[in-house]
Ligand binder design. Structure first.
Ligand code: PHE
Length: 340
C-alpha cells in the first residue's frame, strides 16, 4: 500500500514537470505503457495476500483513474497554452493569396446557345420551349410528311417501343406546338433544344445535337424578312462584314425552301481549308412556312404567311473554334470543356 502511495505521489510530481506534449507522451509510456508502473501495479493485485487484496485492488484502480484524469487535464492544458501562444506570438499574414476554389462553368454548347438567344432577343424573338419526345404526327405528318413520304428518309429516327412515339429528329415539330398555342396571334419565336437521330457516330455526326429553330408568322411576312433576319444574325454573330448567300433547296414544310451560306469567317471568301476552297460555310436551312403547315397550326394561309429556319449551333461552334470532331461535345472530357 505504501508503494502505491509513493507511486501516485511521484507520478503526479513528474506530470507537473512535463513542459510539452513530448514529455507528456513519455510520462504516459512510463506509467501506462505495457511495462508501465501503473500497469504492473495492477497486475500485482493477484500476488497480494488474500486479506489485503480487496483494499489493494481498490486503491490501485483509484490511482489509475486519478492519474489518467490528471494526464488528460495536463494535455488539454498544454494544448490550450500552445494555441494561446500561437495566437499572440505568430502574426497572421492576411496578404497571402487564398487557396483557389475550383469553379464550374457553362458548357460551351450552352454558352453558344445563350449568345444566339441574346441576338434573337434583340430582334424581338422570344424563346419557346418544346418537348424532345414527340409523336410521329407532330414530327412528320403535320409538317407535311405523310407516312411513307420519301422525304422522311432525310431524318433517321429513334422510335420508342410505344408505337408513334419517337425522339424528335429536329426542332421543327415545335412550330406546330407554338402555332396551336398562340393562334391567331402573330408569332416571333426561336425554339432551341436537343434533337436525336439514329445515325452512325462519326467526327461529323452525333446521335444527339442542338438545333435552334426560328419561326415568324404574321399577315405580311415575306422572304425579305427572312433574309434580313438571317443577315442580321450572321453579322451580329460573326462580324459586320459578313456576306450571306441563298441557294434553293427542299424541305417538305417550307415552300420555297432555301439553304443559307455565309462567306468563310477565316478567308472571307477567298477559299481555305475550313470552307473546303469554296469560300462559303453552310449555316442553316430555311424557307417560307408551307401553307399545309400553316393550316395545321390553325392559321389561314390566305391571310397569314411566315418564315422558318433551322440551324445547328454546334456546327457553328465547330467552325468558330476549329473543332474537328463533333463527338467532343458530349464526351465529358474536362480537357476540352475547360478551354471555353
Ligand atoms: N428541320 C430542318 C432540318 O432539321 C431545318 C429547317 C428548319 C429547314 C426550318 C427549314 C425550315 O434539317
Amino acid at each position: 500500500m505504501s508503494t502505491l502511495a509513493s507511486l501516485e505521489k511521484t507520478a503526479l510530481a513528474e506530470l507537473g514537470a512535463c513542459a510539452d506534449q513530448g514529455a507528456l507522451q513519455a510520462w504516459n509510456t512510463k506509467y501506462f505503457g505495457k511495462q508501465g508502473e501503473v500497469t504492473l501495479a495492477l497486475k500485482k493485485v493477484g500476488e497480494v495476500p488474500q486479506t489485503e487484496r480487496p483494499a489493494f485492488g481498490r486503491e490501485a484502480n483509484r490511482i489509475k483513474v486519478a492519474l489518467t484524469k490528471a494526464h488528460d487535464d495536463a494535455l488539454a492544458n498544454l494544448k490550450r497554452k500552445e494555441l494561446e501562444r500561437s495566437l499572440t506570438e505568430e502574426t497572421l499574414d492576411v496578404t497571402l493569396p487564398g487557396r483557389p476554389v475550383q469553379r464550374g462553368r457553362l458548357h460551351v454548347a450552352t454558352q453558344v446557345l445563350r449568345r444566339i438567344y441574346a441576338i434573337f432577343a434583340d430582334l424581338g424573338f422570344q424563346i419557346y420551349r418544346s418537348r424532345e419526345v414527340e409523336d410521329d404526327l407532330t414530327n412528320f405528318e403535320l409538317l407535311n410528311m405523310p407516312p411513307h413520304h420519301p422525304a422522311r428518309d432525310m431524318w433517321d429516327t429513334f422510335h420508342t417501343e410505344t408505337p408513334g412515339v419517337l425522339l424528335r429528329t429536329h426542332t421543327s415539330p415545335g412550330q406546330i406546338h407554338v402555332m396551336r398555342d398562340l393562334c391567331p396571334r402573330p408569332i416571333r419565336v426561336i425554339l432551341p433544344g436537343m434533337c436525336y437521330r439514329y445515325e452512325q457516330i462519326t467526327t461529323r455526326s452525333e446521335i444527339m445535337f442542338h438545333q435552334v429553330e426560328g419561326l415568324a408568322i404574321g399577315e405580311r411576312v415575306t422572304m425579305t424578312d427572312l433574309k434580313g433576319t438571317i443577315v442580321a444574325f450572321a453579322r451580329r454573330r460573326f462580324g459586320e462584314e459578313r456576306q450571306v448567300r441563298i441557294r434553293s433547296s427542299y424541305f417538305p414544310f417550307t415552300e420555297p425552301s432555301i439553304e443559307v451560306d455565309m462567306d468563310c469567317i477565316v478567308c472571307g471568301g477567298k477559299g481555305c481549308s475550313l470552307c473546303k476552297r469554296t469560300g462559303w460555310l453552310e449555316i442553316m436551312g430555311a424557307g417560307m412556312v408551307h401553307p399545309v403547315v400553316l393550316r395545321n397550326g390553325g392559321y389561314d394561309p390566305a391571310k397569314f404567311s411566315g418564315f422558318a429556319f433551322g440551324m445547328g449551333p454546334q456546327r457553328i461552334t465547330m467552325l468558330m473554334y476549329a473543332i474537328d470532331d463533333i463527338r467532343v461535345f458530349w464526351a465529358n472530357d474536362l480537357r476540352f470543356l475547360s478551354q471555353f
